[in-house]
Design a protein around this ligand. Sequence first.
Ligand SMILES: Nc1ncnc2c1ncn2[C@@H]1O[C@H](COP(=O)(O)OP(=O)(O)OP(=O)(O)O)[C@@H](O)[C@H]1O
Ligand SMILES: [Mg+2]
Length: 389
Amino acid sequence: MPNATPTMPNTIQLLVVEDSELDYELLLAILSRDQALTGLRVRAQRVEDEAGMRQAFAGGRIDAVVTDHNLPRFDSFAALKVAKSYDEDLPVLVLSGEMAEDLAVAVLHAGADDFILKARMFRLAPALRRSLQAAEVRRNARRQAQALAASEARLRELTQHLERVKEEERRRVAREIHDDIGSTLTALKFELARLTRVLENRSAAAPHINAMQELLAQAVAAADRIQHNLRPPVLDAGLVPALEWLIQGFRTRTGVAVSFETNREEIDLPAERATALYRAAQEALANVAKHAQAKRVSVHLFAAADEVSLEVADDGVGFDPAGVHNVPGFGVRGLIERAAGFGGWAEVNSAPGRGTTVMFSIPIGTPAAPQDGLPSTVASAPKMESSET
Ligand SMILES: Nc1ncnc2c1ncn2[C@@H]1O[C@H](COP(=O)(O)OP(=O)(O)OP(=O)(O)O)[C@@H](O)[C@H]1O
Ligand SMILES: [Mg+2]
C-alpha cells in the first residue's frame, strides 16, 4: 500500500511565471522571510512564457508553479494548462494584481490550487505549503485508485482464466465419457440385440433381456445428459437451440412453466461468449429451481448489433439482493464477475415476495474460430423443442 501521509521534499523547486523582475524579487523575499514559519525551503526560477515553462519542465523536477495572471504573451489559464500537462497533480497558485471574483472562481475551476492578490502576498507561503500537501494527498489517492484498478483487473483476468480452465476440463471429461463409456455402451447395445436374436425361442430369457435393454437405454441417456451438462451444446448447435435444450430439460425436471423468446434464431458469437451466456442461463435457472418456488419463468434473449442480453425472470419468493454478498453461494457473484470479464454487466433485481430477475449482458466481440466438435453417438444433438409451455 502506498503511504497516505503527505511527505514533502526538503527544498522545493518552484517555477514562477512572471514578467516583472521586481514582483519576482518581492515573491522570493516573502518566501524567504516566511521560511521559518512554514518550513519551506524554496529554490526558484523565473520564466515569462510557454517556451520558458516547457524549458524549465524539461530541465528537471518542478514541485509547484506560481503564475501571474496577466502576462504580456501569456495568462494564468494557459500556464495552468502547460503545468497540468506535465503533472495533473502539480500545485499551481495564481497571483493577480486586481481583485476580480469571477476571475478567481474561473481560475480555481480551471484547476488552480489558490488565487492570491498581490496586495496580500503574506498568504503566499502558507498557501504554497497547503497546496503541496493537498497535491501529495491527491497523488496518493490516485496511486491507490490505480493500484486498486490494477488489482481488480488482475482478479478479473484470473476469473476469466479459471472460467476457461473449468470449461476446458469439462470438455475433456465430456470427451472421455463420449469416447470410453459412450462407445462401450453402443457396442453393448449391438451385442444385446444380437443376443436377443440368438435367444429368440427361449422365452424365459426374454424378460431379462428386456430389463437389460431398459437399463442400457437409461445408461445411454445418463451419459448423454452428463455429457451435455459438462459441455454445453452451444458449440455444436448454436446458442438458441442450446438454450431451448436447457429450458426443456428444466421444464421436465421441475414442472415449472418456462417461456422462451428471442429476437434472433442465429447469433454469431465467439464460443467463449456463447458459453458464458449459456452458463448464465444455467445458473439463473438453477437458482429458480433451488430457491424461488416459482410457477412461471420467462427467458428472453435479445441480440442487438453489438451486445447480447439474457433475462431470466421468475415469479417466485424473491430475496433481498443487498444481502447476496453475505451468503456463501457463488452463483450470483460468479455471474457478475463473468459478465465484467467480457466487458459487460450482470444484475439481479429482486425483493422478498416479488420474484427475481437476472440480467446478463455482454458485448458480441469478434467471432472466433469454431472449437472442437464431438461426434454424437451417445450425445444426440440437442433437439429443437417448442418454446412455449
Ligand atoms: N431466483 C431466486 N429466487 C429466490 N432467491 C434467490 C434466487 N436467486 C438467488 N437467490 C438468493 O440469492 C442467494 C445467492 O444466490 P447464489 O446463486 O449466489 O448462491 P446459491 O445458489 O445459494 O449457491 P451456488 O450458486 O453457489 O450453488 C441464494 O442463496 C438465494 O437466497
Ligand atoms: Mg446459485
